[in-house]
Design a binder for this molecule. Structure first.
Ligand SMILES: Cc1ncc(COP(=O)(O)O)c(C=O)c1O
Length: 362
């Protein structure tokens, strides 16, 4: 609907499609929340670590505004990562940092390079910020089209977002390609939301100190089990970090999110043990999926597996699984036709998923 008060470019935005919340789905399906298996948004099936739960239960300063500089959390992140405090920023999810980077560096009409299929928020947020999007589609194996990226830079691309591992396929960028991309005259935002699951593949976080054109983003949503609390962080070259501090909302990270984040860093041993269980489960699910001749899974270094559906309809598969209380992601986008994505759950989730996929074999 048109409205004279709304800016023109907002009217033509294709909105980001978030997933349906668990309680709403439970009501819609008539299945109790406890019986739903949520494998659609790459959350952590083990939940928050005990120290986060304890800190939230003990929270006594919910009535006081949070620290605008998130000092204790950034100090802990510095100790955890080895990156200096001044280069670290936190936000209400990596999503907020993505938006802040666009607002900091791009004027309306500036050109941003996006490499789909990838995380849908880059494109959605670029539209909100009225950017021109130069699309350099990935190849059929989801690897990057390097000559395409070089060409987009020569056409004026100023900023590129690269998820590493990429969502939705779970592949990682070849390190030589990364070096080449970093040598281009462009700001590179490497989104490492899933990097903990990719071990021994190395993060590029330490490189932020050696270059002025690299930002590395991370999140507590996946590895840390805090998706609902909204907490992300990033490593920034100093001038960018200082400038973002000027434009961010003063109280962007809530008292609760900061406490829970400190809990994750305190309980690192437990969180990393759970990480090991998820990686183990990924390989089990991969082996199971390989037994099903109507699905072709892609190798993944993240906490999900993308599959091409060879026979039958991917949409129908998603609907049939939903009716059984198993929630998965189905994509209907260019390059992802007939694809579904399964987040990695607990062992019992893998069993129920594989059993249902067997029954639903076309
Ligand atoms: C590649 C990627 N980056 C960022 C995010 C968002 O992270 P956050 O929950 O910290 O906003 C996601 C969430 O799915 C993602 O897949």
């Amino acid at each position: 609907m048109r409205d004279k008060y709304i800016r023109d470019h907002i009217m033509s935005i294709k909105p980001y499609e978030p997933i349906v919340p668990l309680d709403v789905l439970s009501d819609q399906l008539g299945i109790p929340i406890g019986e739903l298996i949520k494998l659609d948004a790459n959350e952590n099936p083990y939940g928050m670590p005990p120290a986060s739960i304890r800190r939230l239960a003990d929270l006594s300063f919910g009535h006081i505004y949070p620290d605008p500089e998130s000092r204790y959390l950034r100090q802990s992140l510095s100790a955890y990562s080895g990156v200096p405090y001044e280069n670290i920023l936190v936000g209400a999810g990596a999503d907020e940092l993505i938006d802040l980077i666009m607002r900091l560096t791009m004027a309306p009409g500036d050109k941003m390079i996006n490499c789909p299929p990838t995380f849908g928020f880059y494109d959605a947020d670029a539209q909100v910020n009225n950017l021109e999007i130069l699309e350099v589609r990935r190849k059929s194996d989801f690897s990057l089209d390097l000559p395409g990226i070089e060409k987009a830079v020569s056409e004026g691309g100023k900023l590129i977002f690269l998820a590493n591992p990429n969502n939705p396929d779970g592949g990682v960028i070849n390190p030589e390609d990364l070096v080449k991309i970093l040598s281009l005259p462009i700001l590179v935002v490497l989104d490492e939301a899933y990097i903990e699951f990719a071990s021994p593949y190395q993060s590029l976080a330490p490189e932020v100190l050696n270059r002025d054109n690299l930002v590395v983003l991370r999140t507590f949503s996946k590895w840390g089990g805090l998706a609902g609390l909204r907490l992300g962080y990033g490593f920034f070259p100093l001038p960018l970090a200082i400038a973002i501090m000027k434009i961010k909302q003063p109280y962007n990270v809530s008292v609760a999110a900061a406490e829970a984040g400190l809990g994750v860093l305190e309980d690192r041993l437990i969180v990393n043990k759970r990480l090991g269980l998820i990686i183990w489960e990924r390989e089990k699910l991969m082996a199971g999926l390989n037994q099903l001749d109507y699905l072709v899974p892609y190798p993944s270094r993240a906490n999900f597996i993308l599959c091409k559906v060879l026979e039958g309809s991917a949409r129908k598969l998603k609907e049939d699984l939903t009716q059984r209380g198993i929630l998965i992601r189905y994509f209907n986008k260019p390059g992802l036709e007939d694809h579904v994505r399964f987040s990695i759950g607990k062992p019992e989730d893998t069993e129920r998923l594989l059993a249902a996929l067997e029954v639903l074999r076309p």
